[in-house]
Ligand binder design. Structure first.
Ligand code: 5RP
Length: 277
């Protein structure tokens, strides 16, 4: 049977979504290297050009900032992977209240940089909740005009719970605002969160560096719960074996590998005879 052409499909959005999330398996390994936008020099990103050069071949999409794209992607690598461009910021780790963000990049600049999507953080329940939700809706209003998908990050303040009740609430608000992808944290009963925003795809943030088996388990549990992928940063680039780590995460996300199988991939990239169990 000939597939029906979908007169209602937003072709620009779909084209970019297909660049971000593989239509072959509906999965994505996004590499988050946007941390300096509020952390400044970040462990593992001091030589960001080398980190990006090394890991780019193994990710599907790079989440980063305008400045990092300009300064740290080698000219020959520009365009080799889709960019999820962070377009909110304005805070720093030196200030207790992290939620004080505004939009930092215009949609025209995102288009000029050939971003596949743009990312905005939302701090639900924090001091600047309304400002950050309006950042998201303002960017969606602009990005929709040009067919650019917006990824909403459910950012959490320093002392906020990362449980199902909170994260599902924040994710649902992002979906309701019109986000095309939701990035949130893993929590118990994660499948309930995924179901509550279906069919909007959910990717999982890694959080602070833990350990290869723990990060792999989080990736595995996220995929089993219905996430389309992960957007990991520190658990990859702060590991002593970042290539092994991203290959292992890739195998979990795209190959449905178990943690044990992924650890074998990780170990194969560890120098010497050492092995993690
Ligand atoms: C912060 C972000 C970061 O990109 C992302 O969460 C960091 O990745 P990781 O936690 O895996 O280091 O969006 O709000």
């Amino acid at each position: 049977m000939c597939p029906m052409p979908n007169a209602y499909l937003d072709v620009g959005i779909q084209s970019r979504m297909n660049r971000i999330i593989s239509p072959k398996d509906n999965r994505v390994v996004m590499l988050a290297v946007d941390h300096p936008y509020f952390q400044g020099p970040t462990t593992g990103l001091k030589d960001m050009s080398t980190t990006i050069k090394t890991l780019l071949p193994y990710c599907d999409c790079l989440m980063t900032t305008r400045g990092a794209v300009r300064a740290n992607i080698a000219p020959e690598d520009v365009g080799s992977k889709p960019i999820m461009l962070r377009v909110s910021g304005g805070n720093s780790v030196l200030f207790e209240e992290l939620s004080d963000e505004k939009l930092t990049v215009t949609i025209k600049e995102a288009i000029r940089m050939d971003a596949a999507g743009v990312a905005v953080s939302v701090y639900v329940g924090a001091a600047n909740q309304q400002q950050t939700i309006m950042n998201l809706t303002d960017m969606i209003n602009q990005a929709d005009e040009y067919g650019i998908p917006v990824l909403a990050v459910t950012a959490v303040g320093k002392n906020m719970a990362r449980d199902l009740r909170y994260l599902a609430l924040a994710s649902r608000i992002c979906q309701d605002a019109g986000a095309r992808i939701i990035k949130t944290y893993y929590c118990d009963e994660f499948s309930k969160l995924v179901d509550s925003v279906a069919p909007t795809p959910v990717v999982v943030a890694g959080g602070k560096y833990s350990s290869p088996p723990d990060a792999m388990k989080m990736a595995y549990d996220s995929i089993q719960a219905g996430a389309v992928g992960v957007d990991f940063g520190r658990n990859i680039f702060q590991d002593e074996n970042p290539i092994g780590m991203i290959k292992a995460i890739n195998a979990i996300v795209h190959g449905n590998h178990t943690v044990k199988e992924a650890l074998d991939i990780y170990n194969a990239c560890l120098p010497g005879a050492r092995k993690l169990e």
